[in-house]
Design a protein. Structure first.
Lengths: 367, 276
């Protein structure tokens, strides 16, 4: 009698647990509404979505595995781990992205007057004067809408555009497209983008390396609302007395761009310097499409520090005609450091390209 | 039955000893901070500890951050593990059940006593740390501010005293509710054994496992369902605007754990052979 009663009670509990455990699977299996959109049309929708206001929460997961190099920690951390960002996007020049950590927060606030960064860990509000033509990636660059549009703008007519199955992302049916780069010099195998078919706002972006099947960078909106965010959320009023500073350059790359005098050539490895960087002669990006790469001269002592840090991090030697070169390669990103000891010049070359391309460029730089 | 269990909880010296130990850690830290005036920089050490040097009204949040990872769950696991196993271990369970009360009712009474202990512990930590914080650090505006009765939120905006008090109250309630999952787990294990220590250690083993998996990228697929996954979401009360997503999920997850574990406790205890 007691045994039967016990069995009945345990059965009840088991049924309860089974019902609760099945909820996530049931939600995942719930069929998505048909949102198939022609890839070319979807591409146009995405590229034209920059004016759509939205707000929400995004999560990016990167496994680029770039070792920490002096001065580049923030960028490498973003691309090699999981980050959560809140976003209030009103317009291309009026938004706020908050990089949320377990015990702090870093806010990027864009307005017509420029960019401001609140860092809880240093209790500091930094206002950046002027536009940053060259800078390191930050959390705002990993927002799916921004990254999706930027990656699509890099595609060329030669790249293959195909449709992907509709998926549910942030509670919405999202139409997908895949760009497969035609340029064999890039290490990017494909760029997958899913976007809201009504607004064209990208909800998820994945970068898959050439020859691989798993994305090395995935960024997706977990929650999204297509409504204009409150002005107080986009541009909150900071507490009176908060320590504030004004700088003209914020990160290392921007400082290099503005303070080094080394002139970069107009073309490298047969690739022309990008039109967007003619005013910054010291840090230049070359070629176009997905096989673009950037070259930055690293000043004397700092250059040596980065070079030694790369060697410690296990960078492999790269044969160059003069000087010494080290290559750090991940599944997508390749970075080459080349040093010419005789005159103390060090260059950093980086991009989603094959190492042989960067070696050719390095040889030309130090020749 | 419920009143009896609550009275028993209040009368037990170990209840007050554990509360004293819980409140003691933040007090010791406050004294060290007050004497040396050396606080860890923001983002390092316990959350908000850096902000309390010039404004003690935020010290309850820092104190809860100190006891949340270890002290609080240990004390809740010990009390939860003692609920049924303690009575069985001392030979009292058989006599308790001789009274005209159902086992389900006894279980409910134990749960209510456990809930009371959890809330008492969290409120005690918050209240004593507020008193100590205000006494040692004062309630002047935080170091970054000037001429305003504000402290800085994690997002850089100012929070008034009323907002701080409200958000600390939310934090107390959230952490208290989060601890109910630990308590329910210990209570569940307590229905299987006559050893309170075994039940408490079992609950702590589950907690440690959860804490390890929460930090492991390879376990990302199960992380949203881990008992400790959303414990730190209380920090989101101090963002501007408040980030509710993880808080809501944390509350829902704890409710599921409490519900399932209580149902399992009931299934086991209601038909168990009580021999001691």
């Amino acid at each position: 009698m007691v045994r039967g009663e016990a069995r009945r009670r345990w059965l009840l509990v088991t049924a309860l647990v089974a019902a609760l455990c099945s909820i996530p699977f049931a939600i995942a299996a719930f069929p998505v509404a048909g949102a198939d959109v022609d890839p070319q049309r979807l591409r146009g929708l995405i590229l034209g979505s920059a004016e759509r206001p939205y707000q929400g929460l995004a999560e990016s997961t990167g496994s680029l595995g770039i070792p920490d190099l002096p001065g580049l920690d923030d960028a490498t951390g973003l691309l090699g781990g999981t980050s959560r960002m809140r976003v209030w996007y009103d317009a291309p020049e009026n938004w706020r992205v908050a990089l949320v950590t377990a015990t702090g927060e870093r806010d990027f606030l864009r307005s017509k007057t420029g960019l401001a960064i609140w860092d809880y860990e240093s209790e500091q509000l930094t206002k950046i004067q002027g536009a940053q033509t060259v800078r390191l990636p930050n959390a705002a660059d990993l927002m799916p809408p921004d990254l999706g549009r930027r990656l699509l703008r890099l595609s060329t007519p030669a790249d293959r555009l195909t449709g992907l199955d509709t998926r549910r992302i942030a509670g919405r049916s999202a139409a997908g497209l895949r760009v497969t780069p035609a340029d064999s010099a890039t290490t990017i195998g494909s760029v997958d983008i899913w976007a809201d078919p009504e607004t064209g706002v990208p909800l998820e972006v994945r970068i898959v390396p050439r020859g691989g099947s798993r994305a090395v960078l995935t960024t997706r909106l977990l929650d999204v609302r297509f409504a204009r965010p409150a002005a107080s959320a986009v541009a909150p009023r900071f507490a009176p007395g908060v320590r504030t500073s004004e700088v003209d350059t914020f990160d290392l790359l921007a400082r290099l761009a503005s303070r080094t005098t080394e002139r970069m050539p107009a073309s490298l490895a047969g690739r022309p310097a990008l039109d967007s960087t003619p005013s910054i002669a010291s840090v230049r990006a070359y070629s176009g499409g997905y096989s673009s790469f950037v070259v930055a001269p690293l000043p004397g002592r700092y250059g040596r520090r980065v070079f030694e840090a790369a060697r410690t991090a296990g960078a492999g030697s790269l044969a160059v005609s003069r000087g010494e070169a080290l290559a750090l390669q991940t599944s997508v990103l390749t970075a080459v450091l080349v040093r010419e000891e005789a005159i103390g010049r060090t260059f950093l070359l980086a991009g989603p390209v094959r190492p042989d391309l960067l070696r050719t460029a390095a040889n030309e730089l130090i020749s | 039955m419920i009143v009896t269990e609550l009275a028993k909880l209040v009368r037990r010296p170990r209840t007050w000893v554990s509360l004293a130990l819980l409140c003691g850690l933040p007090a010791i830290v406050a004294i060290f901070l007050g004497v040396t005036e050396v606080a860890p920089p923001p983002g390092e050490g316990p959350t908000f500890l850096s902000a309390v040097l010039s404004n003690g009204s935020l010290y309850p949040a820092a104190a809860l951050a100190m006891v949340l990872p270890l002290f609080l769950p240990v004390s809740v696991a010990v009390v939860g593990g003692d609920s049924i196993a303690g009575e069985a271990g001392s030979g009292m369970l058989r006599y308790l059940l001789l009274r005209p009360v159902g086992r389900t009712r006894l279980l409910v009474a134990k749960l209510i006593a456990l809930t009371a202990y959890v809330m008492l512990a969290v409120v005690a930590v918050a209240a004593t740390s507020y008193a100590i914080g205000v006494a040692i650090f004062g309630t002047e505006p935080a170091s970054a501010l000037a001429g305003s009765e504000l402290i800085t939120s994690v997002s850089g905006t100012g929070l008034s005293d009323v907002q701080v008090a409200l958000r600390i109250t939310y934090t107390v309630l959230y952490i208290g509710f989060s601890m109910l999952g630990v308590g329910a787990l210990a209570l569940f294990l307590s229905t299987f054994t006559d050893s309170p220590l075994a039940a408490a250690l079992g609950a702590l083993a589950a907690l440690v496992t959860s804490q390890v998996l929460v930090t492991l990228d390879a376990a990302a697929s199960v992380q949203p369902y881990l008992l400790t996954r959303y414990w730190l979401a209380w920090v989101d009360f101090f963002r501007d605007p408040i980030l509710w997503r993880d808080i809501e999920r944390g509350l829902a997850l704890q409710a599921v754990y409490v519900g399932v574990l209580l149902a399992a406790s009931w299934a086991n205890f209601a038909t168990r052979d009580v021999t001691s």
